[in-house]
Structure formats: C-alpha cells, structure tokens
Design a protein. Sequence first.
Length: 288
Amino acid sequence: MNVLSLFDGMSCGQIALDQLGIKVDNYYAAEIDKYAIEIAKKNYPNTIHLGDVTKIKSEDLPQIDLLIGGSPCQGFSFAGKQLNFNDPRSALFFEFVRLLKETKPKYFLLENVRMKKEFQDIITEHLGWIEPIRINSALVSAQNRERLYWSNIPNKTQPRDKGLLLKDILNGEKDELIYREPYYVRYEKEDGCIGYVGKQPKQATRVYSTNGKSQCLTALGGGQGGKTGLYEIPNTKTCRKPTPEECEKLQTVPVGYTEGVSNTQRYKMLGNGWTVEVIKHIFKNMEV
C-alpha cells in the first residue's frame, strides 16, 4: 500500500495503520512543521516527507492507494472567527481535493471540525457527495472531541463506548503544573465547571472535575489551561493541567510518542493530531 498523508503532523495516520498491522510500502507525508516532522521521523524513520502540500505533484508519486488528511480547521471552528474558506489555512482543503482528483486513490479519509452546515455541504460536494460521519473521541478515550470524517471506506459506524473518564488516565501530580488555594478558587456551576484560577473565571482558567471527560485538546489555546483544560486533583485543594503523557493517552497515542521536543511543542502537536483509536476504527474496514 502507498499512502499519501496531507497535513500529516506527527503522523497519527501512520500509528493507526501500524497498530492495525496494515503493511505500508511507502508513506508520503506533506508537512511543514519542523517539530512534528522530527517526531514523525523519530517514530517512523522511513517516512518520506514532501514538505509544502501546494508543491506536491501527482506525477512524481507512484499509484496512491490511500489519501488521508486533516486540513487546517481554524477557519471552520465554532471556537474561531469562522472565516471558513476565506481563511487561507482552511482553503488548503482544496489541495486535498486537487490531489484526490489527480491521484485517484482506492480510499480516502478527510477529517475536520464541526462547522456550519453550509460549509460542511461544500466539502461534501467536492468529495463526491460522500456525507461525513460525526464521531466524538469520548467514545474511545477520556476526551470530548467531536470531529467530522469524510471517507469512502465502507461500513462506517460509531465506535463502542469504552466509558473512560479523565481520572482513568491520570498518572499523578506534577508540582510545576499545580495551582493551589487561594489562587485556585472552588465553586459550583451547572456547566460542569467547579472552579477557576486567577482573579476571575475565563475559558482558559476554568477548572473541571476528573469524574468526567477532558476538554478538547487544542493547538492554539493560550493561558493556564487553554490547550488542555484544568482539572481538580481529587481529594485535594489543588488543580492542574494534564501532562504531555496524559494528553497522549487522551489522543490514544502511544505514551512517550511525542518525547524529544519541548512540552510546548508536544501540547501543540497533540492538539493538532488525530485520536488514533477513531482512525483505527475507520481504517479497519479497508480491504487491503
């Protein structure tokens, strides 16, 4: 099998194929983030990195059997400005369309965030009127992460709910990540928030219970818990954000996979990445 992965990041698609035991002859990756490339190379040295997706020419590649990608989502996200196709990052979706038409793979998979129905329908039209399936990573991990998956891989279904909670994946305390009273203020709210750090509650300073799911990991969030969320350590008056290793568990990535770069870069690539167990669930129906 020859695979072309666009916006490959740290190569979560390759993890899924590897764990399913699907033999890959050549794995071509379009990626420009040097830290993500470094981690992909560390774990999969045979990855053939091609750089900028806009520079890829199908005539330079062998027959591609599987085309995958999660095009940048900042323009589509309900959490962003919703510039949609006017955002040059989200417009990179059309590079996926171009290479889908040029390479004519047997299978393809495109992942993106929830978005307005009108923009979802535009993507569906460009992908041959194949409707997406919406899957929440919460079914296979301890993270709330709703995503849309467009694919011609047959028999797409919802994964079985494993019933995982954040407390099931925590490793223990890390002193440098802890906020203590009085800096951590506890209170009860109906939205699941049980406190906040700092002088006032903001999205990045809210504290949640570990008896539920984590927030969706993000690459661009700022503040104390912007990328990960903040969570109360049970039976204490402290709270903290998850460690990079715990975030790997939330994305069902092998623990230690992102080691070798700064924690800042680890959080970023995990926020940009895929939930591997969801991708495996879809890939398992390929005939290879």
